[in-house]
Design a protein around this ligand. Structure first.
Ligand code: ATP
Ligand code: MG
Length: 451
């Protein structure tokens, strides 16, 4: 993309109503625009990030054996009356009446809808296990929408639902989700710690929230610092293996890590004092096992091996895809702007032409631009007629991990400059080598476009 042809409405001023850094940078970098309280338009660069996050979630879910689909945003109130949640949900639910006076709602989550699909089409235990998921907009009429996309009213969420014959099978689904979530966050350049959480009205012990440590997080968290040394890396995981998934979950859930809702001072005291940490965190996902809570009242049964109907064991699993855009910025930025991890960056490399109009500099930039595209990368070429200082400030603000700077002086010696946004370190090298180096860096960060 050439910046002169793109739509990147960068703001010079810091917006006064944005309280936290990710919200400020998302507005300043022209990623989002508020349309009403807690509801945002995703401008082109924000949209690119959102799509990348979505694609990583799809890849990891499909890898774990989960099946993508799409359910609507608007739902009939009748289904929610069946589960008893229509009255229980309260004012967070946006209720709508259509022209025929039918009660509808904008879905805050999808347990009822998916259970209805399941009971209409699945009749036998032989069709289990089954995990379906979708990534769709949700609406929750939050009392205090704030912090930009971190607590929106309309937000983009992955929600998945497992259907299993027995509790043991459902626990495997739970473990599979935990492992796939760990991988998902790692690919986004994030450390998200699974913490024992409160299941609220759902009941039972089996729920974990995934938290990204950040001062601005809304949750208070307590953990053993040993957990921050754990990494899944590129270890291959056999998601069909009960034991393998359970072993990974055991490793990640053994060190103490809890939100304030489940925090227990007495148990925490057993953690060696030097490793005890209290901090704040952003919830970027949550997984639940809730047994037959929905299958019982809604009649989601299958015919068991003995021919008798049994209610299925279920769980639900969410990732806050739009919140993640903000959470990543909270975890990765400096005074000048965003520092995108390679896995989610909207463009792979920025090209800065120090002397637009100089035929040699223009020519070198064009060849770099074409060479990067030819190897499947997306460069953002700042080809505007602007001062170098302004171009650098824009690149720093929008936070592309790598920048190639091209100017007549370097070109005389046959070199361009490759700079890391994260470390600020630069190195001079011939243009072809800069392309090769960038190609190598991104070789392990390919995201297949989904669908
Ligand atoms: P919170 O406690 O932050 O209100 P929640 O526990 O009600 O969230 P879940 O039902 O667990 O949310 O939804 C799954 C994920 O969706 C959350 O982990 C979070 O990342 C994201 N999410 C929930 N509410 C919002 C919101 N208002 N804006 C953006 N993302 C949200
Ligand atoms: Mg939650």
């Amino acid at each position: 993309m050439r910046l002169s042809k793109y739509f990147l409405p960068v703001l010079k001023e810091t917006p006064s109503d944005a309280q936290i850094v990710s919200h400020r940078f998302m507005l300043r970098a022209g990623m989002i625009k508020q349309s009403s309280a807690g509801i945002y338009s995703w401008l082109p660069m924000g949209f690119k990030v959102l799509r990348k996050l979505e694609n990583i979630v799809h890849e990891e879910q499909i890898r774990a054996g989960h099946i993508p689909m799409l359910m609507p945003t608007l739902q009939s109130a009748d289904l929610w009356r069946e589960s008893g949640r229509y009255d229980a949900y309260g004012p967070e639910m946006l209720r709508i009446r259509d022209r025929h006076e039918r009660d509808m709602l904008y879905g805050p989550t999808n347990e009822e809808l998916i259970t209805d699909i399941f009971r209409s089409h699945v009749g036998s235990y032989k069709d289990l296990p089954l995990t379906l998921y979708h990534i769709q907009w949700k609406f929750r009429d939050e009392v205090r929408p704030r912090f930009g996309v971190m607590r929106g009213r309309e937000f983009f969420m992955k929600d998945g639902y497992n259907f299993d014959l027995t509790k043991e099978d459902a626990l495997h689904s739970y473990n599979r989700h935990m492992v796939s979530y760990l991988r998902t966050y790692e690919r986004m350049g994030l450390q998200a710690i699974p913490m024992r959480a409160d299941s609220g009205p759902i009941g039972g012990d089996d729920t974990h929230e995934f938290l990204v440590l950040a001062e601005t997080g809304e949750s208070e968290v307590f953990y053993d610092s040993a957990i921050t040394d754990l990494k899944l890396g590129d270890k291959s995981v056999d998601y069909s293996s009960w034991d393998e998934c359970a072993a990974i979950v055991k490793e990640w859930t053994t060190p103490y890590a809890r939100t304030d809702e489940t925090h227990d001072e007495a148990v925490f005291a057993d953690v060696p004092e030097t490793r005890r940490r209290q901090s704040r965190g952003i919830e970027v996902g949550q997984i639940f096992y809730f047994g037959t809570k929905y299958s019982d009242p809604m009649g989601a049964t299958v015919q068991g091996p003995d021919g008798k109907p049994v209610p299925v064991h279920m769980g639900s699993h969410g990732i806050g895809v739009s919140r993640l855009a903000g959470a990543i910025i909270e975890a990765s930025h400096d005074d000048k702007g965003i520092i995108w991890p390679e896995g989610v960056t909207p463009f792979h490399v920025g090209i800065v032409n120090l002397k637009q109009g100089d035929s040699e500099a223009d020519g070198a930039c064009e060849s770099l631009y074409n060479a990067l595209i030819a190897i499947g990368l997306e460069p953002l070429y700042d080809d505007r007629n602007e001062r170098a200082g302004g171009k650098f400030a824009t690149m720093d603000l929008i936070g592309l991990p790598w920048r190639i700077t091209v100017g007549p002086r370097g070109l005389k010696n046959g070199v361009v400059e490759l700079t890391s946004r994260k470390t600020g370190e630069s190195e001079e090298l011939p243009p072809e080598q800069a392309v090769e180096k960038v190609a190598k860096i991104y070789a392990s960060h390919r995201v297949a476009a989904f669908g």
